[in-house]
Structure formats: structure tokens, C-alpha cells
Design a protein around this ligand. Sequence first.
Ligand SMILES: Cc1cc2nc3c(=O)[nH]c(=O)nc-3n(C[C@H](O)[C@H](O)[C@H](O)COP(=O)(O)OP(=O)(O)OC[C@H]3O[C@@H](n4cnc5c(N)ncnc54)[C@H](O)[C@@H]3O)c2cc1C
Length: 319
Amino acid sequence: MTDMTERYEAVVVGGGAAGLSAALVLGRARRRTLVVDAGEPRNAPAAHLQGYLTRDGMPPAEFLAAGREEIARYGVELVRDRAVDASRQDDGEFRVTLAAGRTVHARRLILATGLADELPAVTGIAERFGRDVLHCPYCHGWEVRDRSFGVLATTPMSVHQALMVSQWSKDVTLFLHRVAEEELTGDDTRRLAAAGVVVVAGEVAGLVVEGDRLTGVRLTDGTVHDRSTLFVAPRAVPRNDLFERLGAALRETPFGTYPVVDETGLTTVPGVWAAGNAVGFAEQVVNAAGAGYRAAATLNGELLFADLDAAQDRSWPRS
Ligand SMILES: Cc1cc2nc3c(=O)[nH]c(=O)nc-3n(C[C@H](O)[C@H](O)[C@H](O)COP(=O)(O)OP(=O)(O)OC[C@H]3O[C@@H](n4cnc5c(N)ncnc54)[C@H](O)[C@@H]3O)c2cc1C
């Protein structure tokens, strides 16, 4: 027998921008909703959230605290815990197990679990990520405009990053690191030259940091290149375990494996939506919030019509 206090119309796993936005819509739609959040949002290393209209420059933790306050106004519950298992029951509803031992039941699920960034294994990068080691010019480019940029190549695709960041500074050096010069195409070389990007061969050994500021990039041959900002390309590690446990179809992309979803975020498992970075690495905060909204609104409509159809079946039995 399901404990009715543990039965929700919707459980949202993940309390970042996507999950909280979904929860706000569900709460306002009067759905009994629980958010389960492990509290590790992707942009935690950054001091400021940029590019979200009306919230530009806000500390990410403040943004999420405001979101949690808003969902509480509508009776949405939030628990700081990790969902470790989810399964679809024979009746089409879901059972979600939390790390602390609690089990909750949900008629519908939204998984907004984000992703983890696996940083290149170069000494000093992890400590400075989100400060002067950056990955996204839309997040931080304005703040470091016109400074001396380095770009650490981890694959030939890093050429694209070097070209992109040249929009924010004309002083860009691409460190080929472990990428061989021969791996660059003719188009790469022509575009890098057109953008004025300096290409440096040789492996990067580490960063030079003085007074808590990045000042240079050191190669294994001991040469130091003065740079005050380093762009890197973390490997996106999607958190797919719950999708896998639920049997959702996944698709491979050059930036990781993500659940197959339709335009509302509905996965291939009926009743399970996905939103935000759980669906793709490029979703910024504003997109993640939008996706959470869309998933929640679709979920609400689907639940409404499912209940109306069930009520109609009960009052108008088919012969
Ligand atoms: C350094 C850095 C700076 C950035 N700066 C910007 C910026 O300025 N502007 C911008 O638009 N974007 C920025 N981004 C991108 C931004 O972080 C993402 O767009 C945003 O976090 C996506 O929101 P989300 O809700 O999908 O995921 P997240 O914010 O990562 O939230 C996912 C949440 O789900 C939780 N979770 C995961 N698995 C479970 C589980 N099994 N059970 C319970 N909870 C779980 C996590 O702990 C986390 O709290 C930046 C990213 C980085 C790395």
C-alpha cells in the first residue's frame, strides 16, 4: 500500500534552474509536487550568473534561493537529497528512492539533473575554474573582454572555441597541448590566421598563478606565456543513471549521451520529462528555466486530460 503522504502528482529531480522553474509552474497549477535536489548546480564555481534577462550579474546561489522561495509560496515541497533509483510501476506511476532511505511515489516525473563538467587534467585548472579558467564566452566573455586569452586545445574542436573567443579579445593564443598540428584542417588554419589567433605547439604543464590571479601558462619545455584568462573545454558528463533505470532511450552526440526527447522534453518513457542540461550541454540558465516551464506545463495538461478521460470512462462505461 502506498503511503499517501508520500504520493505526489509530480516529482521533480533536480533543483537547478530547470527543476525549480518546472516546480513553480506545477505549484501554481495546484499540483502536489516534490523537488528532490542534491544541491550541486553546474554553475556553482561562478561568482555571477550572466545573460539572464533581469538577473544579469546575480550570484547563482542567490538566484536559486529566490527560486526556492518562490516555489514554497505555492506549497511545493523541496528536500535536499539525491534520487538514487526510479522505476515505473505496473499502474504507470513511479517509485523514486532517495539516498537517505525515503521512498516517494509520483504520477509523473521531471528529471532535471543537469550534468557534471570533467575538466582537463592540467594542474591548477580545477582550482581556478569559473574564475579565470573559463569555458563559455557567453557566460564570462564580457567580464574578461580585451584581456590576454589562452585556449587549451583538448581536441581539434578547440579551434572553434579559439575562434569564438576572438569575438571578445583580439589577443588570443591557442595552445595545441596534445593536439598535433597536422590534425588542424586547412579551414582551421585559415580562420585562425584571419582571427589573429596565435597557435603554440607543445604540451601545457600547468598554470602560473600570482597573488590569486592567473598570469601565465607554462609548457613542459619550461616556456611561460603570459595570459590572464584561459578557456578550456570540459567534457560534459550527463547524469543518465535515472534515465537508464527507467529504460529511456538515449542518443549519442559529440558532447555526450542524452535522453531522446520530443519538443516538450518528454522522454521515450510515458510520464517522464527531462529538462535543462540533462537534455543537452549547451542549455544556458535561461534555456533550462524555459525547458522546465514547458515540460511542467505539458505534464500538467497531460495529467488533466488523463484524469478527465478516466472520469468519463467511469461515468460513461463503454458497452
Ligand atoms: C562555471 C560555469 C559558469 C556558468 N555561467 C553561466 C552564466 O553566466 N549564464 C548562464 O546562462 N549559464 C551559465 N552556466 C551554465 C549553467 O550552469 C547551466 O545552464 C545551468 O546550471 C543548467 O541548469 P539545470 O537546472 O539544467 O542544471 P543544474 O543547475 O546543474 O541543476 C541540476 C541539479 O540537479 C541536482 N541533481 C542531479 N542529480 C540528482 C539526483 N539524482 N537527485 C537529486 N538531485 C540531483 C544537482 O545537484 C543540481 O542541483 C555556467 C556553467 C558553468 C560550469
